[in-house]
Write a protein that binds this ligand. Structure first.
Ligand code: TYM
Length: 331
């Protein structure tokens, strides 16, 4: 079986972007591959969370993984910081990761722009930590959203460079994966880019949002003044809402509103109400499981412990071989 690795940063609750970009693939892949799904708490340290927030979000993501259907019997679910071998591999990979290439990373450049007062070394070397996550289990498939594509390129570069340096073919090449042909980018509600925590709560529908909150967020979602004869292609904000409808609503519903749009008789109020109701139908079973699982601390503890053991077993195997290749040998 091929090995699969993916992770999510515990920087908040999971939203539809995380679900349709990543988690839905995790759930499907667990039966066909040897899977490792983790909570990237080391990565989230770049934003300096308080210990309480960090712990709370790690717990929340663990609950959400389980609520979405990731089965700890089928896969290895673990918390990144429970596997110190990852940090060790990160150190080795950093020796062959160059400033110039790291500075050219789009997500690094975005961060330099958006948080100029916190451009720390962890941000710069984010791609090497991510490469360590993937290479530590020698994974070949990485289910992620479109925004992670460049990070996968970095991972291949660092793995290949390590192989060349030590004259081996030790690390296989990992590729971003989605069951659909293309990697996805789920839009947000504010009419511009993708759904993301950093663009504000109003832009995101969380898996744990109540029906009232979903209705309220949708009623505020950005539209425009309506279709017009000279504007045949949908403007971005409207297209985004149609894209969201495509993932949560039935085909009939989508066709219905598409036809109304084309006839210029669509009423955005009705359209957004329908979208909200379909989102509620989608997230209700997950939200209920989140509420149930949140109460079960002893089960969560058991899952995290069991996962850490399994993940470390695999990571220790790799680190032992990597140390040999590097030349750390016992006398
Ligand atoms: P993160 O925590 O930002 O996001 C987690 C996953 O959700 C996907 N995603 C989206 N997909 C589609 N549309 C969206 N609007 C959307 N928003 C988020 C992301 O693509 C990602 O798959 N660097 C990673 C975490 C990470 C990782 C790894 C992933 C650390 N190490 C190793 C894979 C393998 C990140 O920040 O994702």
């Amino acid at each position: 079986k091929e090995t699969v690795v993916s992770g999510i940063r515990p920087t908040g609750k999971l939203h539809l972007g995380n679900y349709f970009g990543a988690v839905t693939n995790f759930v499907k892949m667990q039966y066909d591959y040897n899977c490792y799904f983790f909570i990237a708490d080391l990565h989230s340290l770049t934003t300096h969370p308080t210990p309480q927030d960090l712990h709370g979000y790690v717990r929340h993501v663990l609950v959400e993984y389980l609520a979405c259907g990731i089965d700890p019997e089928e896969t290895t679910i673990y918390i990144q910081s429970d596997v110190p071998e990852v940090a060790e591999l990160y150190l080795y990979l950093n020796m062959n990761a160059y400033m110039g290439e790291l500075e050219r990373s789009t997500s690094f450049k975005d961060k330099v722009r958006s948080q100029p007062d916190n451009v720390n070394a962890g941000l710069l070397t984010y791609p090497t930590l991510m490469a360590a996550d993937i290479l530590i289990h020698k994974a070949t498939k990485v289910p992620v959203g479109k925004d992670q594509e460049q990070h996968l390129e970095f991972t291949r570069t660092f793995g290949n460079r390590f192989n060349r340096l030590y004259n081996s073919d030790y690390f296989p090449e990992p590729f971003a994966f989605n069951y659909a042909q293309n990697l996805v980018k789920i839009p947000g509600l504010d009419g511009t880019g993708k759904m993301s925590k950093s663009s504000g709560d109003g832009n995101c529908i969380y898996l744990s949002d109540s029906p009232e909150i979903i209705r309220k967020k949708l009623s505020r979602a950005v539209t425009d003044s309506g279709p017009s004869a000279e504007n045949q292609t949908k403007p971005e904000a409207i297209q985004n809402l149609f894209d969201l409808m495509k993932i949560v609503s039935s085909e009939d519903t989508l066709t219905h509103f598409d036809e109304l749009y084309n006839k210029m008789s669509i009423r955005y109020g009705d359209f957004k109400k329908q979208l909200a109701e379909d989102m509620i139908v989608f997230n209700t079973p997950i939200r209920e499981r989140i509420e149930e699982l949140s109460k079960n601390s002893s089960y969560l503890r058991q899952v995290a412990k069991h996962g850490a053991l399994k993940a470390r077993e695999s990571a220790q195997r790799t680190i032992k071989e990597v140390r040999q290749l590097i030349g750390f040998k016992s006398f």
